[in-house]
Design a protein. Sequence first.
Length: 142
Amino acid sequence: MSKREFIEHLVISFFVVVTCVNLVMAFLGMRYEPEIRFGYQAFLLPVIYGGLGILPSVVTYSRKELSVRQMLVRKLLQLLEGIMVSIVFFIGKTDWEVLLPFMFLIVIISLAAEGVLWFVADKKAKDMNEELKQFQNRKTES
């Protein structure tokens, strides 16, 4: 994967994560603390969380194609970072009533980001295959 493709991947992930974090914050806020109101600084939190959310993806960048083993090691590093973040929440003694939906929604955000990235990659692969077929057809006609 080239640097340009990797940065494109990160940017898409960032915006999906920020959008989902906005939705999760709205849902959890209305559900568990509807009386609280925020100032304009609250608009920065989803952007910060989005940046932190894609930060673990940096370990998966490589110029050459990674072997399955190398990719698994890098994904394991991402998982460990997620576990460390979870430990911080547990140390903060957050109630299970809030923590469980929060953890569930984090998984949903991760799946949404991966799903959008998969759709983008799938479209790109289909476009490339179509271009290849057209190229092969031109080659056989000449």
